[in-house]
Write a protein that binds this ligand. Structure first.
Ligand SMILES: Nc1ncnc2c1ncn2[C@@H]1O[C@H](COP(=O)(O)OP(=O)(O)OP(=O)(O)O)[C@@H](O)[C@H]1O
Ligand SMILES: [Mg+2]
Length: 315
């Protein structure tokens, strides 16, 4: 029987929520009912899954996002913005009577504090990840593992089904607010093709400092390629093909929010194209760097042509 062609190159599963950003030189709240005025404020696309999905679509990958929202204004805002970016949201569940989760980001330029109301963020369950959904993509990426214990409990079963059908999988753990850095992730890596932590996350998970050492410490399995993002220092990777590292690309950085998600999208672009490790890492680093040129996570995400131009020294 002929196999149906996949509808999507990438399905991004995870946190699909907005951020309310308040920015300025002083955004520290004062209790005792003080009201303060801040310099800037905006409702923007947040959530690692949503930002990664936008970055994948911008690179030209056929992309779907599967994350839960409520039937409310914030949920509609997210679905509308992602549709505008070319991301399919038809498989993302809208949960009646639930409130869409969101983060309040207090940004003082170099540093920021985040308060998150989880709401629907951890409400994906097995019913939303049926065979028909998972069979529609060539690759499945899970973002923000530690924010979604309910999803994490399902992943060994979901990944087994994907491994069996030859669909590759990746995980970006993002930060663990509990500080425990466990939730079964180490065991799950045997079923993962690409693991994408940043340096602080990789250090917390492996005990190794330095992007290079942490990548090697985490890439002990037979299949998993580990790429560790290191902000303005570039990135390192290790896996069955060996090790690679990439220095940062010099760009006019305005705001690095979401650079990790743009990096993930770039790495997956090269993974789907079947490129060697070093080439995948360079493309990802260039995509991450370009995304820092604008304010907010999605404003400056790069097309594949822009990434290629930077790699060719033409930007
Ligand atoms: N200032 C910068 N200059 C050049 N490249 C950068 C810069 N910041 C980030 N990058 C590129 O983007 C990649 C990902 O950035 P970073 O390490 O900040 O990810 P992250 O911490 O996961 O970010 P987030 O979770 O906020 O999306 C880096 O590995 C690097 O290649
Ligand atoms: Mg990250």
């Amino acid at each position: 029987m002929p196999v149906a062609p996949h509808r999507f190159d990438v399905m991004v599963v995870g946190d699909f929520n907005p951020d309310i950003v308040l920015a300025g030189p002083d955004v520290r709240p004062e209790f005792d009912q003080h009201e303060k005025l801040v310099a800037d404020g905006a409702l923007v696309v947040g959530g690692s899954a949503s930002i990664t999905a936008c970055a994948c679509a911008r690179l030209g990958l056929r992309t779907a996002v599967v994350g839960a929202t409520g039937d409310d204004a914030l949920g509609r805002f997210m679905r509308d913005r992602l549709n505008e970016q070319g991301v399919d949201t038809s498989l993302a569940p809208v949960l009646d009577g639930e409130r869409t989760g969101f983060s309040v980001v207090l940004s003082e330029g170099a540093d920021r504090a985040i308060l998150t109301y989880p709401g629907t963020i951890d409400r994906l369950d097995a019913a939303h990840l049926g065979t028909d959904v998972l069979a529609s993509a060539r690759h499945v990426h899970v973002a923000s593992y530690f924010l979604q214990p309910r999803l994490a409990a399902l992943l060994p079963m979901v990944f087994r089904a994907l491994n069996d059908r030859g669909t590759t999988v990746s995980v970006d753990p993002n930060w663990d607010p509990s500080g425990e850095w466990d939730m079964g992730l180490a065991r799950l890596l045997d079923q993962v093709d690409v693991f994408l932590p940043n340096r602080a996350e990789a250090a917390a998970l492996s005990g190794a400092t330095g992007a290079d050492g942490a990548a090697a410490a985490l890439a002990t399995g037979r299949r998993c390629v580990v790429a560790v993002k290191d902000g303005g220092n570039g990135a390192s990777a290790a896996g069955p093909e060996g090790r690679a590292s990439c220095p940062p690309f010099p760009v006019q950085t305005v705001d690095a929010t979401g650079a990790g998600d743009a990096f993930d999208a770039g790495f997956l672009y090269g993974h789907l194209a079947g490129w060697p490790l070093e080439e995948r890492l360079r493309f990802a680093c260039a995509a991450g760097a370009l995304s820092t040129r604008g304010l907010g996570a999605t404003a400056a995400q790069a097309s594949a042509a822009e990434v290629q131009a930077l790699l060719a020294g033409q930007l």
